[in-house]
Design a protein around this ligand. Structure first.
Ligand SMILES: Nc1nc2c(ncn2[C@@H]2O[C@H](COP(=O)(O)OP(=O)(O)OP(=O)(O)O)[C@@H](O)[C@H]2O)c(=O)[nH]1
Ligand SMILES: [Mg+2]
Length: 357
């Protein structure tokens, strides 16, 4: 059974606020599930055993996306001996897979320990042990996105240009709406009309509210959206921000401002500050995670486009970095395409097995 979101107990409904000033289109259920006092995990498409084929199909496509990397690593285990040459080849394969130096060294040391412990003598057995090592390294990244501890749960979504922010928000919105969560979107990407329209299209498709303003200040739009989300008893407010590079200092300052005004609009918010990372970005993905985390204090990641030329090892690099700094930024979802069902929850063991099939 796979759940998309974890539902925390709903707190008592907050006192109604003043009406929001921003323009909003409304077409939502009268009463949200949180208001109705439901306290269940919010499921998505793959929930019952009937949904297994969907998840299995998705996993096969994930494995297909990672096939090149997996083949490169599997090649190391086709010989007859477990020797230094094997470990050296594995080191190169992991580095080529974007795992980075630290995760690569960590995995090699861990693998050697496992090989010794298991008294393995065949290279093919070492491959199984490597899958165990990768799964264990990635496990801390596995966490469910929690909805419902606050009303609304405010989620701020950030990332570089074209990473897949708006699409991922659209997919999440659909899953939330299908689970009777009352969602409000904030079009905090105010620079481009196309960006607002793209989010509005997702809002329309899913019949959820959107707060949008032509050419407005992104922080002001977000403030209005959170205020509206509170007064309308929404379960979730999701703010879509414009893509930016972490080196664009003024734009990073703008993100910090958005974060600050969200906190002003609702105490304790934002509850989630997500970074959407394009899986094809390779080692640069870790640099993005570090920079956005330093600026905003990330609470989670969505890794998209693992269906392209992505190598997948970057998740190991992110896990290792979390380990080293003693604070892990979890991966809530991974995406392998543009369709709704292409975004799924991240599970370490599945990912390791898809990589090393
Ligand atoms: N192949 C593939 N394409 C994806 C995935 N996720 C998103 N895309 C595509 O990537 C492109 C950019 O997605 P957007 O959601 O617009 O990206 P964004 O981060 O909002 O972009 P900006 O707002 O311009 O910064 C679109 O064509 C999406 O359909 C994925 O997992 N796999
Ligand atoms: Mg966008």
């Amino acid at each position: 059974m796979f759940s998309f979101f974890k539902k925390k107990p709903a707190p008592p409904a907050p006192a109604p606020d003043a009406p929001a000033t921003a323009q909003a289109a409304t077409a939502t259920p009268e009463r949200s599930a949180a208001q109705a006092g439901q306290n269940t995990e919010v499921p998505v498409a793959p929930t019952s055993t009937a949904a297994w084929p969907t998840r299995q199909g998705w996993l096969s496509r994930l494995a297909e996306g990672l096939r090149k990397t997996g083949a490169g690593i599997s090649q190391v285990f086709t010989g007859t001996r477990i020797d230094d040459a094997l470990y050296e080849e594995l080191e190169s394969a992991l580095l080529l897979a974007d795992a980075g130096m630290s995760a690569t060294q960590f995995l090699l040391a861990d693998l050697k320990r496992r090989v010794k412990e298991a008294k393995a003598t065949e290279p093919v057995a070492v491959k199984g042990l490597l899958a165990d090592a990768v799964a264990e390294l990635l496990r801390p990244l596995e966490r469910s996105l929690s909805i419902g501890a606050a009303s609304p749960t405010v989620i701020m979504v950030t990332g570089v240009n074209g990473a897949g922010k708006t699409t991922s928000i659209g997919k999440l919105t659909r899953h939330l709406a299908e689970s009777d969560r009352k969602v409000l979107l904030a079009a905090a990407d105010t620079f481009r009309a196309a960006a607002r329209e793209q989010l509005a299209a997702w809002a329309g498709r899913n019949q959820v509210e959107i707060v949008s303003q032509e050419g407005g200040d992104p922080a002001a739009v977000t403030f209005d959206a959170v205020t509206a989300g509170r007064s309308r008893h929404c379960d979730v407010v999701i703010a879509d921000t414009a893509g930016r590079l972490p080196t664009q200092v003024h734009l990073m300052e703008e993100l910090k401002k958005i974060r600050r005004v969200i906190a002003k609009a609702q105490e304790g918010a934002p509850h989630e500050v997500l970074l959407v990372v394009d899986g094809n970005t390779g080692q640069n993905a870790l640099a993005q995670v570090k920079a956005f985390d330093a600026a905003l204090g990330l609470t989670g990641l969505i890794v998209t486009k693992l269906d392209g030329t992505a190598k997948g090892g970057v998740l190991a690099a992110i896990a290792r970095w979390g380990d080293e700094q003693g604070r892990v930024v979890p991966v809530y979802f991974i995406g392998i395409g543009e369709k709704l069902e292409d975004l799924q929850t991240f599970h370490a063991r599945e990912f390791a097995e898809a990589l090393l099939r």
